[in-house]
Design a protein around this ligand. Structure first.
Ligand code: F6P
Length: 370
């Protein structure tokens, strides 16, 4: 009897740990199942563009960031841009993807992604495809799991860079404003700001007042601390203000890219404090390089759990970590029951302003500008 076939795809922005999940899935599923990987996320499913995934083709990738399957954050097959009579029109082409999987004898599709990619996974599950999701994003903003893979690596990168920026801030008595990723969730700024000794942490969940930030800088000055490090999430905004949009990526399920808040804040502050104020945006450095050991461990646990779920036919679910234990949750619950084809971000996991971690930061003297 022919072996069952498992297909893997990676969608959305790359995140450290994607390769580690692929590595562990292939090992936990072999030799019982054959495995293939669709390239460039859902686009590969539409184009029937795949590679075999074997012990050999996945050797030596455990520690590497990025994804050997490549990725795309633009290809929602339920609302896909195709050319018809010389014109670009949006169509639901999911049936073509399903036909491609049938043709290749794919029994199960494992999707590694964040909210956009997993929303499509949910929609394929609604159409009867055997789907399993694995929660990826450096932002850590997916509901139903304590942590996503990629987050720890990003926090490590930011902590290292906050340390480096301390040197110049201290030597020149400057205020350094450091913009970190996270979209509308402040997890990266909160965790790295505490671990990296930031003096001010500004997150989207707690709108800031510029006067409170100035108060903090002046209080430090009065205490002989003549420099200040501010970690700000790209999607943060002043009370009554709007987050700064850096670009709009057409065809991306969530098309808004935030950036520019650090420059704005530095400019605003320079008129209000005596220090020179500089800004720095860490950008995609936060997603690059090798995967942290903690993310490698989390990713291989997710991969092995996904393999167990294939074996137990627990389809339509996402692997998750709950209170330290591997578990799973329905994709309908994780993403919410929005209409097929529409990206669901309403269920995003945000920082609670009353959470223990925010309280700990405040007890350390860190200001949130509130
Ligand atoms: O969701 C991950 C993330 O890195 C966000 O933190 C950031 O806003 C966004 O992706 C950037 O996306 P892109 O790589 O398309 O610019």
């Amino acid at each position: 009897m022919a072996k069952k076939k498992v297909a893997i795809l990676t969608g959305g922005g790359d995140a450290p740990g994607l390769n580690a999940v692929i590595y562990s899935l292939v090992r936990a599923c072999s030799p019982k199942y054959d495995l293939i990987g669709y390239r460039f996320g859902y686009r590969g499913l539409y184009d029937n563009d795949f590679i075999p995934l074997t012990l050999e083709t996945t050797s030596g990738i455990l520690h590497k960031g990025g994804t050997i399957l490549f990725s795309s954050n633009k290809d929602n097959l339920f609302d896909y841009a195709v050319e018809e009579n010389g014109e670009i029109v949006k169509k639901d082409v999911s049936d073509i993807a399903i036909a491609n999987m049938k043709k290749e004898g794919v029994d199960t599709l494992v999707v590694l992604g964040g909210d956009g990619t997993l929303t499509s996974a949910r929609d394929f599950a609604r159409k009867g495809v055997n789907v399993i999701g694995v929660p990826k994003t450096i932002d850590n903003d997916l509901a139903s799991t304590d942590i996503t893979f990629g987050f720890d690596t990003a926090v490590n990168v930011v902590v290292e860079n906050l340390g480096r920026l301390h040197t110049t801030a201290e030597s020149h008595h400057r205020v350094m404003v450091v913009e970190v990723m996270g979209r509308a969730s402040g997890w990266i700024a909160l965790h790295s700001g505490i671990a990296g000794s930031a003096d001010v942490i500004l997150i989207p969940e707690i709108p800031y007042s510029i006067d409170k930030v100035v108060d903090k800088i002046k209080a430090r000055e009065a205490a002989g601390k003549r420099f200040t490090i501010i970690a700000v999430t790209e999607g943060a905004a002043e009370k009554g203000g709007q987050a700064v949009v850096g670009r709009v990526v057409a065809d991306s399920p969530d098309s808004i890219r935030f950036s520019g808040i650090a420059a704005k804040l530095a400019n605003d502050l320079e008129h209000l404090v005596d220090n020179e104020v500089r800004h720095c945006t860490l950008g995609h450095i936060q997603r690059g390089g090798d995967t942290s050991p903690a993310d490698r461990l989390l990713s291989v646990r997710y991969g092995v759990k996904a393999a167990d779920m294939i074996e137990n036919e627990q389809f339509g679910n996402m692997v998750c970590l709950r209170n330290g234990k591997m578990d799973f949750e329905s994709l309908e619950v994780v993403l919410g029951s929005s209409a097929t084809g529409s990206v669901s971000t309403g269920n995003s996991k945000r920082v609670c302003p009353d959470s223990e971690m925010v309280t700990v930061a405040k007890r350390l003297g860190i200001s949130f500008g509130d």
